[in-house]
Design a protein around this ligand. Structure first.
Ligand SMILES: Cc1ncc(C[n+]2csc(CCOP(=O)(O)OP(=O)(O)O)c2C)c(N)n1
Ligand SMILES: [Mg+2]
Length: 372
């Protein structure tokens, strides 16, 4: 069974569920009103995008979609702690983090519509923050050793950049997780590992992933620090990650940050979560909504009122709508043979043969027959 929110009040926290805050801790963050409002707006944008994506999937315009509902504070707070020069590789549900780093919504959607990503530049010295990432890999957990390799290389080249890599509670069971953390600990690779413990990996609850009390404990076995934070508190996830980023930059020492949270939506648009979990559990976590909590905090400081909240929400919905229209139009211009692009610089011969076969089939049956 997954666990209820009351059991997790021992996590590092700045905002209580009612929005009241540890004032001293807030002051120490040194975030002004605009920066605080930006965190809120990123979370709202992520939710608007997820609602749009789900609607379009139900209408048959997207073949697949996944929600990050409930995880926004974990994704946005950790991403906000990075500098523009840093790198961020994500697990597949983490689009709120990309939003916080300024990645265009259309670009996020196009990955799910086309299965590949494009970059505006390959000049590493002139790359904007939102492009400083590896291509998204659907194979769970592989991003962990890849990030360590990337950051080991960058630090050997003399750059003072830090890499953040996100992985789920399920992904943390992969051997890749061990290989990545062990290597980074031994060689002082400047990486912040973030385990988004949302307590489910499709239908497998976290107590079938690990018998340990926390993921954060594992850091000790790799020779570095681990910290458990309330994943529904955007200021706590920001602070813990910021500390870890600073440490990595100064000494190369990695950190493991566990954000404890809950996946409120189904695993994906292809999943029916009512078949394996109790609605009471979902309802309990709905009361801990990270956006509502942060809104109450902002409201107490005069940074949020109904009118402003509504304007942020409606602008986010409009942007999500426009981005979806744009992404669908771009994807419609693509052709089936794109399947073979963006993988190999020099494709092996058998792929050329398969491309010819596909083109012959398209010529015979028409492109429409190859669209989902
Ligand atoms: C190597 C591999 N095995 C299985 C899958 C299918 N799969 C996709 S997501 C997922 C669960 C991931 O759970 P978790 O790591 O907790 O991330 P979450 O979905 O909760 O964000 C699985 C098993 C996959 N993509 N890659
Ligand atoms: Mg999970």
């Amino acid at each position: 069974m997954a666990r209820f929110p009351e059991e997790f009040d021992h996590c590092e926290q700045i905002l209580a569920p009612d929005g009241s805050a540890d004032e001293e801790a807030v002051q120490a963050l040194d975030l002004d009103g605009d920066a605080l409002r930006e965190l809120y707006a990123s979370m709202v944008q992520a939710r608007a995008l997820e609602e749009r994506g789900l609607t379009l999937q139900r209408r048959g315009e997207f073949h697949f979609w996944m929600e990050c509902r409930g995880l926004e504070a974990s994704h946005v707070g950790t991403a906000a702690a990075l500098d523009d020069r840093d790198w961020m590789n994500t697990e597949w549900r983490q689009y709120a983090a990309h939003i916080q780093r300024g990645r265009p919504l259309t670009d996020i959607l196009l990955f799910w519509l086309r299965g590949y990503e494009t970059w505006e530049t390959d000049d590493l010295d002139d790359m904007p923050a939102h492009e400083r990432r590896l291509p998204h890999i659907v194979a769970v957990g592989t991003q962990v050793p890849q990030t360590v390799g990337l950051m080991w290389g960058r630090s050997l080249q003399g750059y003072d950049e830090v890499g953040l890599v996100g992985v789920g509670d399920g992904g943390a069971s992969k051997g890749d997780f061990h290989a990545g953390l062990n290597f980074a600990g031994v060689l002082d690779v400047p990486v912040v590992f973030v385990v988004f413990n949302n307590q489910w990996a499709i239908s497998t609850p976290v107590d079938r992933q690990t018998a340990a009390e926390t993921y954060a404990h594992r850091a000790e076995g790799y020779g570095f620090d681990g910290v458990l934070v309330d994943g529904n508190d955007v200021l706590a996830t920001y602070r813990a990650t910021r500390r870890a980023v600073e440490r990595a930059r100064e000494s190369g020492e990695p950190t493991l940050v566990e954000t404890l949270t809950y996946r409120r939506g189904a695993h994906s648009s292809s999943d029916d979560d009512s078949r394996y979990r109790d609605e009471d559990e979902v309802a309990a976590w709905r009361d801990r909504d990270p956006i509502d909590r942060f809104g109450r905090f902002l409201s107490d400081r005069g940074l949020w009122d109904e009118e402003w909240g509504e304007s942020v929400r409606s602008a986010a919905e409009e942007r999500a709508h426009e981005a979806a229209e744009e992404a669908l139009a771009i994807a419609a211009e693509g052709s089936p043979e794109e399947l073979f692009d963006e993988v190999f610089a020099d494709p092996p011969g058998y792929l050329d043969e398969q491309r010819e076969e596909l083109l012959a089939a398209v010529a015979e049956h028409g492109e429409e027959a190859f669209r989902w």
